[in-house]
Structures are given as C-alpha cells and as structure tokens.
Design a protein around this ligand. Structure first.
Ligand SMILES: [Zn+2]
Length: 72
C-alpha cells in the first residue's frame, strides 16, 4: 500500500501543526507577560525618565513630584 505513507504524513501534519502553534503561542504570551509586568508598576519620571513606582509621590532620583495615574 503506497497510500499509507502519504496518509501518515498528512495525519502527522494535522497533529503537529496545532501543537506547534499552541507551543509558539504559550512561549510568545509568557515572554510578553514577563516584559509587561515590571513596567505595569513603574512609570517613567517626567523629569529624568527614571523608572519610578506608580505609588511613589516623588521621584527618588531627582525629587520631581509624580502625579497619580490620570484617566484618559
Ligand atoms: Zn526623576
């Protein structure tokens, strides 16, 4: 039967392609979350651009007062 090899190739492709997509999505989403997490609690100082906690009242580097997050 020459058709079995081709059928197995098609079945492997059908099984492996979704697995590869899922693995890529997991790797991409986990890497994206790791990058976004530190910046979510930090905002650049308006004066010296140093990363300052959003809960801070003033910049620890230059003393510039940090405004609370304003709604857009
Ligand atoms: Zn500053």
């Amino acid at each position: 039967m020459a058709g079995i090899g081709l059928l197995e190739l098609i079945l492997m492709g059908i099984i492996l392609v979704p697995i590869a997509i899922v693995v890529m999505v997991i790797i991409f989403s986990s890497g994206y979350r790791k990058k976004e997490e530190p910046t979510s609690n930090l905002a650049p100082c308006p004066d010296c651009q140093a990363p300052v906690s959003i809960h801070a009242v003033a910049c620890p580097k230059c003393g510039c007062p940090i405004r609370p997050a304003e709604p857009n």
